[in-house]
Design a protein around this ligand. Structure first.
Ligand SMILES: [Zn+2]
Length: 286
């Protein structure tokens, strides 16, 4: 815990009085979100300092568990693996609830912090390829942090809570009567849900496109809360990003898109409006 606080000091985190800044009523919601996201990232950096100074992943896990839970018993058994595994459960739960109000939190969820420490620790031990290992770990941590940040800098495709919709919806449009363009495959790879084999999914979709539509339906049925207008908008944009990655959006793409958004309860007319908005934006901003 001391190492974590030393980390904040050593990295200069205390020079930005983030806690005070976010209380300024003049601050725009967008700026507040960015400061909160920065705070969460700085907690990850400080955790790394604490971990290095503690010299032990399990000691760091116990400390984090005690601080997060307030349980200070000597017998606390917080195994790093089990603690970190709660992160995936939490993400699954968040997806079901459709709850996305985590951008106000100043600290990442404790299981996210634990998982981030594990990834860093493994990369840190791996001397041979430590630069590559560290980069891979950092990318994974960024994706986890993005779950808590609706304004994530990874762009509109970087939304882990909607990526299943982008993936199955985009694939459904992309496989329609043509071979998949390599650029489309690359785009799909950026939104592939955890545990999905991209090439197997593409091969299956080529034989049976309806299977993609079913996966798309499954993804939104898994949620307990309905999508709001902003989320529907993002889903349509995400699908269009995949479908038009090869540089063109065909009429049959739009037909399939209307079919998918109809399943979400969106009228064809509303869908067309978003499509023309998308086309206008991508033309203006290539
Ligand atoms: Zn801290």
């Amino acid at each position: 815990v001391l190492g974590h606080e030393f980390g904040h000091a050593a990295f200069g985190h205390l020079e930005l009085l983030a806690g005070h800044l976010v209380e300024d009523p003049q601050l725009s919601p967008g700026s507040t979100m960015r400061i909160r996201a920065w705070q969460r990232a700085s907690e990850i950096s400080a955790d790394r300092a604490g971990l290095v100074l503690a010299g032990s992943l399990s000691a760091a896990a116990r400390s984090l568990f005690k601080v997060a839970s307030g349980i200070v018993s000597q017998n606390v058994a917080a195994g790093p693996e089990r603690f970190a595994a709660q992160w995936q459960q939490l993400v699954d739960e968040v997806i079901k609830e459709g709850d996305r109000d985590f951008h106000q939190f100043s600290h990442p969820f404790p299981p996210l912090r634990m998982q981030a420490m594990r990834l860093f620790w493994d990369a840190h031990q791996d001397d041979a390829g430590s630069q590559t290992a560290l980069r891979t770990a950092n990318e994974a941590v960024e994706r986890m942090l993005a779950t808590m940040d609706p304004a994530t800098s990874t762009g509109r495709l970087g939304d882990p809570l909607l990526s299943s919709h982008f993936f199955w919806g985009g694939l459904y449009l992309a496989v329609d009567g043509e071979t998949l363009h390599p650029v489309q495959r690359d785009r799909l790879a950026t939104v592939a849900p955890d545990g999905v084999d991209i090439d197997a999914a593409i091969a299956e979709a080529g034989k049976n496109p309806k299977a993609c539509r079913e996966r798309f339906v499954e993804a939104f049925r898994a949620r307990r809360r309905k999508f709001n207008a902003l989320e529907v908008h993002r889903i349509i944009y995400g699908i269009l990003d995949v479908a038009s990655a090869d540089g063109s959006l065909q009429e049959h793409d739009v037909v399939r898109l209307r079919e998918l958004t109809g399943l979400l309860g969106v009228s064809g007319q509303a869908c067309d409006l978003v499509v023309s908005q998308y086309q206008k934006e991508t033309r203006d901003d290539p």
